[in-house]
Structures are given as C-alpha cells and as structure tokens.
Design a protein around this ligand. Structure first.
Ligand SMILES: *[C@@H]1O[C@H](CO)[C@@H](O)[C@H](O)[C@H]1NC(C)=O
Ligand SMILES: *[C@@H]1O[C@H](CO)[C@@H](O)[C@H](O)[C@H]1NC(C)=O
Ligand SMILES: *[C@@H]1O[C@H](CO)[C@@H](O)[C@H](O)[C@H]1NC(C)=O
Ligand SMILES: *[C@@H]1O[C@H](CO)[C@@H](O)[C@H](O)[C@H]1NC(C)=O
Ligand SMILES: *[C@@H]1O[C@H](CO)[C@@H](O)[C@H](O)[C@H]1NC(C)=O
Ligand SMILES: *[C@@H]1O[C@H](CO)[C@@H](O)[C@H](O)[C@H]1NC(C)=O
Ligand SMILES: *[C@@H]1O[C@H](CO)[C@@H](O)[C@H](O)[C@H]1NC(C)=O
Ligand SMILES: *[C@@H]1O[C@H](CO)[C@@H](O)[C@H](O)[C@H]1NC(C)=O
Ligand SMILES: *[C@@H]1O[C@H](CO)[C@@H](O)[C@H](O)[C@H]1NC(C)=O
Ligand SMILES: *[C@@H]1O[C@H](CO)[C@@H](O)[C@H](O)[C@H]1NC(C)=O
Ligand SMILES: *[C@@H]1O[C@H](CO)[C@@H](O)[C@H](O)[C@H]1NC(C)=O
Length: 844
C-alpha cells in the first residue's frame, strides 16, 4: 500500500510544471543541491535540484546514501531521500559574489543511511566563520518538534573571499557520530536588513546588516502558506500565523478587497515581502470595548542568550486617515512602539511598510524561552477605531559576538520519547540501542525482545503532531500548500491539513455543499449536520454546520477549533478550517472516505473487516488517544470515545474525532456546579459517573468497550437482549471470567484469530474495564499491548518465546477534578434507568 502511495505522489510531482527559480542577480550564481543524488531532480514545487559532487573537495572522504525509508510526511523525495554522509570534517566550496548577502538553507531528513542511524549523528556546521549548528542532532530536533524533516535557513554576510566555505564537522564526543545533509541552497539575496532599535533602550540599535542571521519564524499573518516559488523572488516560505496565537483571542482575519490596489512604495521594497503577505491581515475584531481589554498575542519558542530581530509587515487595507487605527506593540511585555499608525508610516492605504525591532532573550531559569508579541489599541490617543492590525511577521536570530548562531537541541517530552521508542522498536528491527536510554527494567527487556522478532516494516512514527501546542516551531515542516492543490486526492489533503487551520467564507462553504443540499448529509449529531463537500475545486471535505438553535454549540465549536488547531496527529482527524460568518459556525475537516468504525462492524451490509484490519484500527485509535493524553501541553481527555468517533480514511487509517466535549488541564479553574455527566451510555466510566471525577482513565475505560465491540461486533448497549447481556462491558467481562469469550466473538472472526493474540487482546480490554481508574492501564500501555497482540497474530512462533511484562505499574498521573457546566435534558429516561442499573450492578 505504501509503495503505491509513493508512486502516486511521484506522479503528482511529475505532472507539475517545471518552474526553475532564477536568482535575482544573474552575475551571482545560485546553487540548489540534492546532496548525494546521482542525478538532477525536481521537487514538488517544480524546483530543480542538482548534484553536489563538484562542490566537494575530492580529497575529503564522503559518501552518498539513500534513506532507508520514506516518511509520508515528506513533501517530496527530492532532496530528502538522498544524503551526503561525512565521517570526518569536510567542506563544500561555492564560488559566490564577494559583495552579496546569501541565503543558506540546509535540509535534513533524519533516517538510516548506509546502516548509520540518524540517532547517532551529532555535528556542527560552520560557514564562512559563522557557527550555524553545533552538537546538532537532526534526529532529536525532528523528534521534539514531531516533524519528519528539518530545514534551517540562514542569511549570511557577504563572503568577501568570493568563496563560501560550508564545513560539516561530526561530533567527536559521541561514538559512531557522523554528519549528513540532504539538501543545500545557496542563493544570493539583496541587502534587506538595517540596524534595528533595541526594545527597552532609548538609543541603542543592533547592527543587523553586518551580522549573519537565522530565520526562526516567517508568517503571512491572517493568510495562508506561500511557497518558495510564490515569493517575491527570494524563495522564502511564508506560513499561516494562527498556530502561534496565544489562547482563544484569534481576532479576525481579512483580505484586501478585489478592487483595492496594493502597491510597493519603491521598487526595492518588492524584495521585502510578496504582495500576498500584505493583502491579508489579522485585526482584533469589531467590538471596541472588547478590543480595549485584550492583547492580540502571539507566542514563539526561541533559544536563550541571543538577540532577535522582529520584522513587522504592515499594510492598511481599510482606513485612509491618521489615527483611525492606532495601537501599541509589545515585545516580551515591553513597549516596542507606542501609538503605531500604519497610515502615518505609509502615507496611504494599500502601501506596504515594515518596522524592525530587536530584543535580547536572556536565559531565565525554569521558564521556557519565548518571544511574546502583543498588540492592543492605544486608548490614550483615542483613535477612531479601537483596533490593531498586522500583515506579516518575521523573526531572525542574530549571531552573537563570537559569530555563533547555534542553540541547543530541543528536549522532547519524556512521554513522547517513550512512545516513539516503543513505536520505532517495532518498526525498524535494527536500532536496538534506540531503547537503551529510555526504557529500563522489565519494559526494556520486553521491548528489546520484540525488536529481535519483528519482521514488520511498518512505519509507526508519530508525525504531524506538535509536541506542545503552540510552542515549538512547526515551521518548514508542515509543508505544502493550499494554493496549488486543486486536483488533489485525500492523501494530498492530509498534508495540506497538516498545515494549519484556514478561514473559509460562507459563500465558499455554500458553494462546496451545493447550498447545504440534504443529499450530501453524511451525519447528524447534537451539534448539527455534517455534509460531504468539495473545496478548492476538487478536494473532498466533511463540513459540520452548527445548528443555530443549539447554545451548547458555541462552546463546543470553540473547543473543537482550539483543540484541533493546536493538535496535529496522524491519528486525530484534521481540521482544515472553519467559517464564522452571519452567525454560522462551520467546521471543515479532512474527508474520511470509509466513515465510522461502527459502520464496518455490525448492522451493516459492508464487507466484514479482517482481524488484522481491526487490530490496525485499534492500534491507530490508541495512538491518537495516547497522544491526546500525553503528547500535548496539557493532558487532554476526550470524554466521548466510541466506535462512531473513530473514523477511517481512504487507506483505513483510524482517526479519533469529535473533540467537542474534550477537557484539558487548563480548564481546571472552571468551578461550575455539575448535574449531568457527559459522554455516551455504554461507554461511560462508572467511576466518573459515581464520583464525577474525570481522568484520562475514563477514556481508557471507554476504549476498553471499543475493543470488545470490535471483537464481538455488537453495540455497547443493546436493551433488547436479556438483562445480563445488555451492557457489552458487563457481558464481556463475565464471559472473560467464565472463559467463554470465544462464544461471543464475531462469527466472522471464528478461527481467524491466533489464540495467543486473542488472549492478549481480551486481557488488555479487560484491564481497561477495571472498576477503578487506578487499576486500569495507561493508554500507552494499552497501545503497547495491542502492538504486541499484533506481533502475536503476525509472527506467533517468534513472539511466544518471549515473556511479557506483567501490567507494569505506571505511576498514576494526577487526577483532574473537573466539574461540569451544563445541564441537558435530552437523555432518554429509559436509557438512564438501564444505566443506573448497570452502575449499581454488583456483578463487578
Ligand atoms: C582539498 O583538501 C586538501 C587537504 O584537505 C587541501 O590541501 C586542498 O587545498 C583542498 N583543495 C581545494 C580545491 O580546496
Ligand atoms: C550583482 O552582483 C554583482 C557582483 O557579482 C554586484 O556588483 C552587483 O551590485 C549585484 N547586483 C545587484 C542588483 O545586487
Ligand atoms: C573551510 O572552513 C573550515 C572550517 O572553518 C576550515 O577548516 C577549512 O580549512 C576551510 N577550507 C578552505 C579550503 O578554506
Ligand atoms: C564510546 O566507546 C568506547 C569504547 O567502546 C566506550 O568506552 C565509551 O564509553 C563510549 N562513549 C560513549 C559516550 O558512549
Ligand atoms: C548597515 O546599514 C547602515 C545604515 O543603512 C550603514 O550605516 C552601515 O554602514 C551598514 N553596515 C554595514 C556593515 O554594511
Ligand atoms: C469594484 O468596483 C466596481 C466599479 O467601481 C464596483 O461596481 C464593484 O462593486 C466593486 N467591487 C467591490 C468588491 O467593491
Ligand atoms: C546563557 O548564558 C548564561 C550566562 O552566560 C549561561 O549560564 C547559560 O547556560 C546560557 N544558556 C544557554 C541556553 O546557553
Ligand atoms: C509576559 O506576561 C505574561 C502575562 O503577564 C507572562 O505569562 C509571560 O511569561 C510574560 N512574558 C515574558 C517573556 O516575560
Ligand atoms: C497587554 O500586554 C502588555 C504587555 O504585557 C500589558 O502591559 C498590558 O496590560 C496588556 N493589556 C491588556 C489590555 O491586557
Ligand atoms: C555577528 O558577527 C559579526 C562577525 O563576526 C560581528 O561583527 C557582529 O558584531 C556580530 N553580531 C553581534 C550582534 O554580535
Ligand atoms: C549534545 O546534545 C545532546 C542532546 O541534546 C546533549 O545531551 C549533550 O549534552 C550535548 N553535548 C554538548 C557538548 O552540548
């Protein structure tokens, strides 16, 4: 299946028009190198990449290599699938103009090359005397940012010798260390930097134009991804800003109206940013009283002990007079600009301007090193409209006095590491040392055992997820591209969606659903109807339109946008965008071609799923839930895990959906009184019901029900059955205890499940249904056990020889006492009575 996908993606690449980028200055050559490649290649943007051999010194010992596997999150095989490997210091030498600044972009795809593991690779990169990377681990960086590949962009001062020397130096502190690079771009650039005022000091500025810089952030505020080929000649990539917005204060985004003309004030300012950046903006919103009381805020994670230059791009799109819109700009809680007025700076509407500010970020103990950018109206100047505006934002790191630009490797969260190590140990079968530092004791042995037996080449990496909400820089990873995806299929769409949340107009939505044609309804929920729709002239999406009469809808709508726009994971359904217009609340999701898990289990005329398919789906869903519980900044409890909330895409990849009820640790300070427990009967954690105490173990319980549902192919609650069989959870537990589970499994599966696998699976489900949350396994353990069950099914002989760890007692995480905030009367009294019975039942 995987290789088919790749062929298909390659075909898409071939079909795109080839559109090589020309350097601005014809006299200074530019280099776009596919390192280690045996020939020239073209990437998905149509850029041409050439071989790197002739820029190396032939007396250096280097090797070429192919990546062992291709991560589906890669935007294109070129340049990532080949690499140049260095085991001793080696240099590239590029003839360049001695008077021109240069972009240097380095592309890294941490994989296994010639049996060298990216995990072992630590290296430095020095270019023309500037240290760009030091003790750099592409593997750790990609892991922490949950990205498949890393791009680093630098703007270097002119190489006065006329030669740019880029040297890769493998670390000598780590055994087996080597350096590698997949792609290098050296591109001449005009002088676009000037000295910038240092915030917090009256008359100090930073000499930016004599320094080298690293690009940290480049945002098209209020707009969409802009690819290198759509930039104004400098091959920069611009990203949507919404993932960096702090809290729920998204403000409003808007687009220049069609008749408006946006014109650069001088020819040179074309190079500063493309017009697309200036034609979209984010402002605070229409309510002056609200605007006065909040800051439109973005937060960025950066390295400490460096000076940063922030370039703010502005273009007034609505107003024409001074003091119609005046605002303050704060950087890290200090005033960078009081009474900013775009018209005063630019002279008129539709004329772009930019402002640079510099700030030093010192190392604060115990605090994440961040840059906060905040805008709020300057109330004291009494502007006509209490509002602020921003069109684009770039953040550059400035080299320190020793010419260094390198920061430390980011630190992945422990849970992420553990999950990754487990996932990977199943997948590669080659990197037993992956686990060494992570899993100790019993778990370590068990994981190592699996490494030995495994034959599966399945890829189990988590990707498309952000490790901690807004904080890390997803820059450069979530690539590729809304604008050009017209004839895409859904595999393309998930990369698109892996980008960011997008704002749709109501007319786009109406058009995409044929004016909410009833024939396109694919689901109905408490929130409203779900339609199948089409956007961008061919991309299939699911469109959820709120029922305007549902008050609960508003909070759930916001919860879902907030959650999903910050969470990206292969096994969570992707939110593509939303529309909030004319009182409409509409969410647009990736279309899940195969619908819900339930509709493939029972009461259906669809073909029965094989056992392996079912296991795969359970593993995927477990992975998604595990990510929710541990991968994000706060523990997120789904609260409504059930087979209708597990969706399947066209490749049968399971995706957890419906976050309307989710709770995060940050909700803890809500202190409303509770009356009714939310969730779905048949899946509800009895402990939650009794004590109204919500923990992630409530999801584990519900997932246990899902596991039995998958095994037995019957509903979680079936009131038409004899009393002891009504609740699947009770009935399955009873059968499990009596040893008669065999009798209630789906007849379609009879004789097709390896007995060892069935035992592992049923034991896992049983543990999930423990009466007390404390006794239930964590989602990570569930995942692990399901993976093992899969091994027992696929390769039983080898797997059986190894002893499994007994329910390793992972320390229970603190519980969240979340109190509910709504009343709802829609619960069927009959069901309620049944549920009451179940809860009081002493059978457990
Ligand atoms: C290649 O490397 C050798 C030894 O490191 C050095 O002597 C020689 O000058 C280099 N050649 C070029 C063209 O840089
Ligand atoms: C192009 O590069 C040459 C040096 O090779 C330099 O003299 C010239 O000013 C550059 N032109 C521009 C437009 O940057
Ligand atoms: C390139 O830079 C490295 C590191 O600064 C240095 O060791 C090497 O000699 C330089 N190569 C040339 C040919 O100048
Ligand atoms: C590197 O390998 C040597 C010899 O095998 C060993 O003594 C040393 O502890 C290793 N160092 C590290 C950092 O692993
Ligand atoms: C940087 O720019 C300023 C003003 O544009 C100029 O005075 C200064 O000489 C420049 N420095 C360098 C190193 O080019
Ligand atoms: C653009 O200008 C034309 C003619 O002035 C006008 O009819 C039209 O309504 C304008 N369109 C917009 C979107 O303002
Ligand atoms: C920043 O500088 C301080 C003082 O020189 C040093 O103690 C600290 O370790 C540095 N932090 C980082 C992240 O390099
Ligand atoms: C700015 O202030 C906010 C809230 O007052 C605080 O959470 C944040 O850490 C501050 N940021 C910095 C960089 O000091
Ligand atoms: C906006 O942020 C600044 C800097 O942190 C702070 O001083 C100010 O009080 C904030 N304004 C509002 C309305 O929250
Ligand atoms: C960056 O490095 C250059 C060259 O080493 C130096 O002149 C400049 O002062 C450095 N910048 C800063 C902000 O220290
Ligand atoms: C190199 O990076 C690794 C991983 O981030 C870290 O554990 C190690 O301490 C670093 N070594 C140095 C010399 O900074």
């Amino acid at each position: 299946m995987k290789s088919k996908t790749h062929i298909f993606i390659s075909l898409i690449f071939l079909c795109l028009t080839i559109n090589t980028i020309q350097a601005q200055n014809k006299t200074s050559p530019s280099y776009v190198l596919d390192c280690g490649a045996s020939g020239d290649g073209t990437d998905s943007d149509g850029r041409k990449w050439t071989q790197d051999t002739k820029f190396l010194n032939s007396s250096d010992k280097t090797a070429t290599a192919k990546a062992q596997s291709q991560d589906p999150a890669l935007p294109s095989p070129v340049p990532y699938m080949t690499a140049r490997i260095f085991t001793s210091p080696s240099s590239y030498m590029f003839p360049v103009s001695p008077a021109t600044r240069l972009w240097l972009r380095l592309h890294f795809y941490p994989s296994t090359y010639n049996n060298l593991f990216a995990l072992d690779s630590y290296f430095s990169v020095v270019a023309d005397g500037f240290t760009l990377l030091k003790n750099f681990s592409a593997f750790i960086t990609a892991e922490a940012l949950t990205q498949a590949y890393i791009v680093r962009e630098f703007s270097l001062t002119p190489a006065i010798s006329g030669k740019l020397n880029v040297t890769f130096i493998p670390s000598t502190e780590h055994n087996r260390s080597f350096a590698f690079v997949n792609g290098i771009e050296v591109i001449p650039m005009p002088d676009i930097f000037q000295p910038a005022a240092l915030v917090g000091f009256n008359d100090q500025s930073v000499d930016v134009n004599s320094s080298s810089l690293q690009t940290m952030i480049r945002l098209n505020v209020g707009g969409q991804y802009i690819s290198a080929t759509k930039d104004s000649g400098l091959t920069r990539t611009w990203y949507d800003d919404s993932p960096y917005i702090f809290g729920a204060g998204l403000g409003v985004t808007f687009h220049a109206d069609q008749n408006a003309t946006i014109k650069y004030s001088t020819d040179a300012s074309k190079e500063i940013a493309p017009l697309d950046v200036y034609s979209t903006a984010r402002s605070m919103g229409g309510n002056p009283e609200v605007n006065k009381k909040y800051n439109l805020t973005w937060v960025f994670q950066v390295d400490a002990n460096f000076t940063y230059v922030l370039r703010f791009h502005f273009c007034e799109l609505l107003f024409t007079k001074v003091n119609q819109r005046s605002f303050d700009i704060y950087i890290n809680n200090q005033t960078a600009q009081h009474g900013a007025d775009v018209i005063a700076w630019s002279g008129s509407r539709g004329v772009p301007v930019y402002k640079d500010f510099a700030i030093y970020v010192s190392d604060q103990v115990g605090v994440d090193d961040q840059i906060w950018v905040a805008l709020t109206p300057t109330v004291s100047m009494n502007p006509e409209f209490m509002d602020a505006i921003l069109n684009g934002l770039e953040i550059f790191k400035v080299n320190d006095s020793s010419g260094n630009l390198a920061g430390p490797n980011p630190v992945p969260s422990d849970m992420l590491l553990q999950a990754e190590a487990k996932g990977r140990s199943f997948s590669s079968g080659s990197s037993s040392h992956v686990i060494g530092g992570v899993a100790g004791g019993i778990a370590g042995c068990a994981v190592a055992a699996v490494v030995v037996i495994t034959v599966s080449k399945k890829r189990k990496r988590m990707n498309n997820g952000q490790s901690s909400g807004i904080n890390w820089l997803p820059l450069y990873s979530h690539s590729h591209t809304t604008a050009q995806s017209t004839n895409s299929n859904s595999s393309h769409l998930s990369t698109l969606a892996a980008g960011f949340c997008r704002h749709f107009s109501f007319s786009e939505i109406k058009h995409g659903t044929k004016n909410f044609n009833e024939s396109l309804v694919i689901g109905v929920g408490g929130f409203g109807k779900v339609y199948k729709g089409v956007i961008d002239g061919g991309t299939k999406v699911a469109i959820k339109r709120s029922n305007p009469s549902s008050e609960q809808g508003i909070t759930e709508f916001q919860t879902e946008i907030e959650m999903l726009s910050k969470l990206r994971h292969k096994h969570l359904v992707s939110l593509i965008g939303f529309c909030e217009e004319d009182g409409e609340m509409i969410l647009v999701y990736d279309y899940m071609a195969n619908g819900t898990l339930r509709e493939h289990l029972y009461e259906t005329n669809k073909p029965s799923l094989s056992w392996k398919q079912r296991l795969d789906i359970c593993i995927g869903a477990a992975r998604g839930l595990h990510y929710l519980h541990t991968g994000a900044k706060y523990t997120i409890i789904h609260r409504d895990v059930k087979t209708t909330n597990i969706l399947l895409d066209d490749k049968w990849v399971a995706k957890v959906s419906d976050f309307g009820l989710s709770k995060t640790g940050s909700d803890l300070n809500q202190t409303h009184v509770s009356t009714v427990v939310k969730g779905s009967f048949g899946y509800l954690d009895p402990e939650y019901f009794r004590r109204q105490q919500l923990t992630e173990k409530s999801d584990v319980y519900s997932f246990g029900v899902v596991l039995f549902e998958v095994l037995c192919a019957r509903p979680a609650l079936n009131p038409s059955l004899p009393k002891e069989q009504i609740s699947l959870a009770d009935w399955a537990l009873l059968c499990q205890r009596k040893g008669t589970l065999d009798e209630i499994i789906d007849p379609q599966l009879k004789g097709k499940i390896n007995p060892e696998c069935l035992k592992k699976f049923a034991d896992t489900a049983q543990k999930c249904l423990a009466d007390h949350g404390l006794h239930r396994p964590s989602m990570g353990d569930v995942l692990w056990n399901l993976e093992f069950a899969m091994q027992l099914q696929e390769n039983p002989e080898a797997a059986k020889r190894f002893q499994l760890p007994e329910n390793n007692s992972e320390k229970d995480r603190e519980t969240l006492d979340v109190v509910e905030d709504t009343t709802e009367g829609e619960v069927d009294e009959h069901m309620k009575a049944i549920f009451q019975q179940l809860v009081n039942s002493s059978a457990r």
